[in-house]
Design a protein. Sequence first.
Length: 256
Amino acid sequence: MAKFLPRLDSQTSFQLDFMPLLMAVVTDLQAQVTALHSIYLNGSIAYRQATSGVSDLNLTVVITSPLTVEEQHRIASVSQTLSRHYPVISAVDITWVLLDDVLSIASIFKWGFWLKHCSVCLYGTNLSEQFGDFEPCWEIAKAFNHDIAAALVAIEQQIRRTKSITEYQYYCRCAGKKMLRSCFMLVAIDGDGWAYTDQQCANFFLARYPNKVTEIERLFVLINGPQVPKKASIFMLSQFGAWIVNEFNNIERKIG
């Protein structure tokens, strides 16, 4: 019997602290984006496990045509305004994707899976209904992990360049979450479920790689603090990041 992955609850209300924010962001995007198709909530707010003042607002927004330069500027302003007016979140992270890309057969293991199992539709036509349930497979891991090497290099460069403590803490958080999620992707095909939280990612990964406890503890420091010196965060990116990339490539050579 196929072991289909779980879907996020689309019926239960979200945590009350975040409801005004969610209503505001939907209204703002409707007003600012001409080619808006649909809006999806991801991350800890979607899982109903968000922490006020700590969690990010993670959205996937599907559009029918690329954003204009003017719209990009307006959206940047909206994101900044939301962060200031709603202290329940620490940042706003919006992923933009074209409708044609979502519906492309080549993207089914990325966007099809993402909308079906990791998203809750807030507005518009719910595209997740166009996809069947997915089983754990290496194609999903590849769809989300193929950019790991380039992503870690980019984050390391941002860390090296920034002189802002706020930016540095944000980049450390991004680095930690990217590596932790990539660790889970290494073992995702072996599990019976899916990791939605940071701790779940760690639990799945350590069940397969129990000798990496120290590295996982260090990732949680990058994500949650306390702040570490730049050389420590860069060391994690270059050393443990390289291990993740190498392990991913090893599995890819075995599975293909």
